[in-house]
Design a protein around this ligand. Structure first.
Ligand SMILES: Nc1ncnc2c1ncn2[C@@H]1O[C@H](COP(=O)(O)OP(=O)(O)O)[C@@H](O)[C@H]1O
Ligand SMILES: [Mg+2]
Length: 576
């Protein structure tokens, strides 16, 4: 895992190496200073040699200066390398997510993907920025201090054989317990983000239903859960300090007791005992640093695992290995005994045994109750989801045999839940075609009957849309989405209830213009209104994911009960 994370460092690896070199040099430099000091006291002061004192003093100052420069360098390099790694990880993850199919995203949830892209990466990035220094410093300090203490008094140094393993075991016990909790903390962050995200996206609904209290309660629940899990994680982590103190003071007592006896029998000078104690403190201190580094590492590994889950997610819609150059030429569609469900382990199929044929250039209406799987059906055509079994065939070729990019370029689908992006009206429209001429854009807007509305805007096509297109009405947004789809000059145009918020008169106008202007394009219209589909070449009636009937307006009106009922209810009703 560590190796995998480090592999994302790429060109920032050199900064990591520079940082490690600086830290090692700095630590060594610091260890030199006491020796110089000892020289000043033992030689300079003892002999009253002022010249020597100044000379060694200057050396000491130089050492301090060099160590300061190295310290600054190491801080700079570790920060560069940590932040660089963070940026690279985010980039790689973002790129991977762009390749996700709808099913991949369903599996993770958007909010969790956001945490994995931000919080988890930040954890790793900060661990490298702040953890590199103690991670290198501690072992250097420990080894030199251990060597020095053994050199000073090997007999006394034996206490380390007990103290170090005891402390190591204690720290290991703590880490082993805290490890799974860190994963849970990140999971709890996911939940908090999910609630915040849902609430903010739907803030208008929340306000209009006066659901603040309910939403606050919902948030409080996940927030408390996050607090609880975090308290558990960090109070376990905090056990580090007492464990350390326990071992440190026990060691000091042992040394004072044993060393004291040594001094009493004259085997050890008191000064040496005091010096020895300072090494003991250094060894234990470095162990403490190591344990902090290990905690950070544990936390980073929990985050790393979550990031790698994203990186390892198998993208279930991939281009075929051969025949990727095929383009959709005419827009003929055939469904051949198609079964579909969103999750492999789901009990029931959303679509069952769906077969039909749409000749190129035809206009087809799909009608059915909500939940009848109309949206699910059309999403199979541009391969937003894959059929579980059976074949979806476009122009005589299974959709799985097209490069998804080619396929989707030829098929424009206005989804039921569609969004605009922040940016100007024109930028949004150009999503359909980057290099569209002004003429093309105007034409598409005219067909979608949105030109008049844009004309009335203060800045016309340069008007800024809020995030998700909040500053346009539902019907205006739908028409902008249709114009955006038309700009693709698709072979197949799918409108999934795309005019539900547009008044019937305007809708009829849009339909007529599409009919005339996109003569050769295959058109699929999903609607709740009989009036929207009655002129279609064929009408498919879906019922609980199965085809109830296929026919023209006249035949269905003659022999389909559902259609007759729908027609009767809408004939004089408000929906017409
Ligand atoms: N992303 C999804 N994951 C799981 N189930 C879904 C998803 N989208 C829709 N469904 C389910 O599939 C069924 C058909 O939905 P849908 O195709 O949207 O119906 P319609 O468009 O006819 O109203 C519904 O029962 C719905 O709950
Ligand atoms: Mg739908």
């Amino acid at each position: 895992m560590i190796r995998r994370i480090v592999s994302y460092m790429g060109s920032y690896k050199k900064y990591a190496i520079l940082a490690i070199v600086c830290i090692t040099a700095e630590t060594t430099m610091e260890l030199l200073i006491p020796f110089v000091m000892a020289n000043i006291v033992d030689i300079g002061v003892a002999n009253g040699d002022t010249g020597y004192i100044f000379e060694q003093g200057a050396l000491m100052a130089a050492c301090a200066l060099v160590s300061m420069v190295l310290g600054m360098g190491s801080a700079r390099f570790s920060a560069t390398c940590g932040q660089g790694l963070g940026a690279e990880l985010r980039k790689a993850e973002y790129k991977k997510i762009q390749g996700f199919s709808f099913a991949n995203i369903d599996r993770f949830r958007t909010s969790s993907l956001i945490t994995r892209l931000t919080g988890d990466v930040t954890t790793i990035q900060n661990s490298v920025s702040t953890g590199l220094r103690p991670a290198v410093r501690a072992p250097v300090m420990m080894i030199t201090a251990l060597a020095a203490s053994f050199f000073m008094n090997p007999q006394l140094a034996v206490v380390f054989f007990i103290a170090v393993p005891v402390l190591a075991i204690l720290l290991w016990l703590i880490i082993a317990r805290v490890r799974p909790v860190y994963g849970q903390v990140q999971g709890a962050v996911d939940q908090v983000n999910r609630i915040i995200q849902e609430n903010l996206i739907a803030i208008r609904v929340v306000k209009s239903y006066v659901r603040h209290d309910y939403e606050i309660d919902k948030f409080t629940a996940v927030n408390e859960d996050l607090k609880g899990t975090s308290v558990r994680a960090f109070s376990l982590t905090a056990l580090n300090a007492p464990a350390m103190q326990l071992v440190m003071y026990s060691t000091i007592i042992a040394i004072l007791w044993y060393g004291g006896r040594l001094t009493m029998v004259g085997n050890m000078a008191i000064g040496a005992l005091v010096g020895f104690l300072s090494y003991v403190l250094q060894v234990l201190n470095s162990l403490m640093m190591i344990s902090n580094v290990l905690q950070m590492l544990t936390r980073s590994l929990a985050s790393g695992k979550r990031i790698m889950e994203v990186m390892d997610e198998e993208i279930d819609i991939t281009p075929p290995t051969e025949g990727t150059t095929a383009l959709v030429a005419s827009g003929d569609i055939r469904f051949d005994h198609v079964y579909f469900k969103y999750k492999q382990d789901a009990q029931n199929y959303v679509l069952s045994d769906v077969s039909f044929h749409i000749a190129s250039g035809q206009t087809v209406g799909i009608i059915g109750e909500t939940g009848a799987a109309k949206s699910s059906l059309v999403q199979l055509i541009p391969r937003l989801y894959d059929a579980s079994s059976g074949a979806v065939v476009v122009d005589g070729r299974n959709v799985k045999e097209y490069d998804p990019e080619h396929l989707r370029q030829s098929i424009a689908i206005v989804l039921q839940k569609n969004t605009l992006f922040s940016g100007t009206v024109e930028e949004n429209l150009r999503w359909g075609k980057q290099d569209a001429t002004d003429e093309e854009i105007r034409k598409a807007c005219w067909i979608a009957c949105v030109d008049e509305f844009i004309g009335r805007l203060e800045n016309g096509y340069a008007t800024e849309l809020g995030q998700g297109g909040v500053n346009v009405s539902g019907g205006q947004k739908q028409r902008l989405c249709i114009a955006r789809a038309l700009l693709k000059h698709p072979r197949i145009l799918i409108l999934d209830d795309a005019t539900s918020a547009v008044d019937t008169a305007t809708e009829a106008k849009i339909r007529a213009r599409i009919q005339n202007e996109l003569y050769g394009t295959t058109k699929i219209l999903i609607s709740q209104r009989v009036s929207s589909v009655e002129d279609a070449d064929q009408i498919i009636i879906l019922k609980d994911g199965r085809i109830d009937a296929i026919g023209s307006h006249e035949t269905l009106l003659h022999d389909n009960a559902f259609y007759q009922e729908l027609y009767a209810s809408q004939k004089n009703g408000a929906l017409r």
